[in-house]
Design a protein around this ligand. Structure first.
Ligand SMILES: Cc1ncc(COP(=O)(O)O)c(C=O)c1O
Length: 395
């Protein structure tokens, strides 16, 4: 083998979504696009809101010179100031432009955050089921992700979390609304998490940073949003992007906000800026920084996602699936009716419905289905979801 053995192993571990994607292409070629119901990907088909399109045109037509040059690695100061203003009210903490770093999507933000924080061998706690990229991102920067199981309703198991913290724990990553479960952490959970991390940081004489990876923040169906971590815990970094809330994942735009009083805050921010540079992002795209400055108040049509969530939840529970009702994002994470979800997915695939096995998210025995697709795809998948369930149950 010429390429890294480690990367080969990682590619195998991360291959579930790609395998389903390839299976989808094969099935579509064989049976026709309209007869295959691919619920495997989290790539929203929603178009960006009109206000975003107008802001793109305005930014592109701006005749001022120098609009496409290099800039400070943190991003344009006026854009960071606008974001800091918008965020200060939410966090109930005054943030300034120097607390914000513009990034190439949440993925870019997580990478610069982990590179900034981790020394070799440091541990980063993630909650299972998890977004599998966390493992690779931690490894990118010499660290190691440590998975902690959640409770059956996917809420945080604080005893399990406390037991997993060691002197090597540098950070905890949370994601709410969650991919793959759709659960939304409550204020009470965030306050309990903050208290536990504070106690553990004091006990160990060093900070445990809380990183919120929240690209689904605004795709919330009801109830109170999860508080911004900056509101409840000083040693916090809040990472978000506009991939989902403005439906522009291809444009790679988001930001990291750092609590102004977090441990070593000046170095944390300086490290993020340096890592933006040396990881090769250099800076977030100039045009899209201009765009998002204008549309911080805009969100995709959340009602459309809520409608699909409601339809799927009522159908999945009528059929008999054991599933937690998601409060946000655009995923369901039902229990497989067969213990080995791979066997069940084989039955589903034969009915031309594609989903992702739970083991891809550290939770065998489950599967993930996305509903960021047109109604026709979701409605078309329902007969297959029902027939596969009956077939699995009746042997
Ligand atoms: C939980 C989670 N974090 C991060 C990302 C990466 O988002 P972005 O496109 O902003 O890099 C995704 C994308 O699906 C995600 O689901």
């Amino acid at each position: 083998m010429a390429i890294s053995e480690k990367v080969l192993g990682f590619m195998e571990r991360a291959s579930w979504i790609r395998k389903m994607f390839e299976e989808g292409i094969r099935l579509k070629q064989e049976f026709g696009e309209e007869n295959v119901f691919d619920l495997s990907l989290g790539n929203p088909v929603a178009e960006p809101p009109e206000a975003v399109k107008a802001a793109i045109v305005k930014a592109a037509q701006d005749p001022a010179p120098g609009r496409h040059r290099y800039m400070p690695n943190a991003g344009f100061p006026d854009v960071r100031a606008a974001i800091a203003n918008a965020l200060s009210a939410e966090c109930k903490v005054t943030l300034g432009p120097d607390d914000i770093v513009m990034i190439c999507g949440a993925a870019g933000g997580l990478n610069i955050a982990l590179k900034t924080l981790l020394d070799p061998g440091d541990e980063v706690i993630v909650f299972a089921p998890y977004f599998v990229e966390y493992f690779f991102y931690a490894d990118n920067h010499g660290g190691q992700a440590v998975a902690v199981n959640t409770k059956p309703d996917f809420s945080i198991d604080f005893d399990a979390l406390a037991a997993a913290i060691t002197d090597r724990t540098k950070a905890v990553i949370i994601n709410s609304p969650n991919n793959p479960t759709g659960v939304v952490y409550t204020r009470q959970a965030m306050e309990e998490l903050a208290a536990l991390l504070k106690e553990q940081s004091q006990k160990r004489g060093k900070p445990i940073y809380l990183i919120a990876d929240d690209p689904y923040k605004k795709i919330l169906f009801e109830g109170e949003p999860t508080p911004n971590p900056i509101e409840v815990y000083e040693d916090s970094l809040y990472i978000t992007s506009h991939s989902k809330d403005l439906a522009v994942p291809g444009e790679r735009i988001g930001y990291v906000a750092v609590h102004p009083d977090c441990a070593d805050s000046a170095n944390v921010v300086a490290g993020l800026i340096f890592c933006n540079r040396v990881l090769g992002f250099v800076n977030a795209p100039a045009l899209f920084q201009r765009v998002v400055k204008e549309v911080q108040h805009v969100t995709v049509d959340v009602d459309a996602y809520r409608r699909r969530r409601d339809l799927l939840y009522s159908e999945l529970t009528r059929i008999g699936y054991d599933v937690v009702k998601p409060g946000g994002a655009f995923y369901f994470f039902p229990k497989s009716p067969l213990e080995d979800e791979m066997q069940f997915i084989e039955i589903l695939t034969a009915k031309k419905v594609l989903v992702v096995p739970g083991r891809g998210f550290g939770a065998p025995g489950y599967f993930r289905l996305s509903y960021c697709f047109p109604d026709a795809v979701i409605e078309g998948a329902l007969p297959g979801l029902e027939a596969a369930f009956r077939e699995a149950r009746n042997g």
